[in-house]
Design a binder for this molecule. Structure first.
Ligand code: DX5
Ligand code: ZN
Length: 213
């Protein structure tokens, strides 16, 4: 499928509402929000207060990607901020089933992300607890990194593993005009694009070019 979820990390935060409106009028139906805690990854970005402000700018589906060590104690903040999907990292959670169940209990889609060096077989016991799987095609922590091609196989494997289950599979990191067609070939559902979209001179045109690539 060709669905692009713009990653706001690469957007212009002093004009965030304008960038949201640009991708919304280009046809985006969802936005990807990268929360970094300075522990699980070295960068720090934003938290629930900013997500709540973004919530007030748009009705688009908000997927919140938590790059947070032991997310358990803060899940509630990100749910209440207005996320429609909350994604934890398998590597950061002490009890993934408990965390995913907690997210679902609050009528929010429960997602899990795996780093490029995490074997996708680790997701098998969690599959019944998941609405969303995020395959990282870079090591999390910053925008604008190079796509790791060996993760393409993982995407194909995940598409097979989910069978007919109602689970969304997404890819995050290093996707741009050069790499996106290989991602589409894997059969995953959602492609997250940050710098490959927001750093373009003409964002609506780039959105269209990424869809047509
Ligand atoms: C990486 C983040 C990504 C990032 C994507 O840690 O999770 O969502 O913003 O940015 P690009 O598309 O520039 O790699
Ligand atoms: Zn992300």
């Amino acid at each position: 499928m060709r669905i692009i979820s713009p990653s706001l990390l690469s957007a212009d935060f002093k004009n965030i509402k304008k960038d949201i409106q640009l991708v919304e009028s280009s046809g985006a139906k969802r936005l990807h929000l990268d929360v970094m805690d300075g522990h699980f990854v070295s960068n720090l970005t934003f938290g629930p207060m900013i997500i709540n402000a973004i919530r007030q700018c748009t009705d688009l589906h908000l997927e919140t990607h938590l790059m947070i060590e032991n997310p358990h104690n803060v899940l509630d903040h990100y749910i209440r901020a207005g996320s429609d999907t909350v994604i934890i990292h398998l590597e950061a959670s002490q009890n993934a089933i408990e965390d995913l169940t907690y997210i679902r209990k609050h009528n929010v889609c429960a997602g899990i992300a795996i780093n490029p060096d995490t074997n996708e077989q680790h997701l098998e016991p969690l599959i019944e607890f998941l609405d969303y799987i995020l395959i990282m095609s870079v090591y999390p922590g910053k925008e604008g990194q190079n796509f790791i091609s060996s993760t393409l196989k993982k995407m194909k494997n995940m598409v097979e593993m989910r069978k007919s289950r109602n689970i969304t599979i997404a890819v995050d990191g290093g996707v741009n005009l050069e790499t996106i067609s290989k991602v589409y070939e894997t059969g995953i559902d959602i492609t997250i694009v940050g710098s490959g979209l927001f750093k373009a001179e003409n964002i609506p045109q780039r959105y269209k070019d990424l869809l047509d690539a």
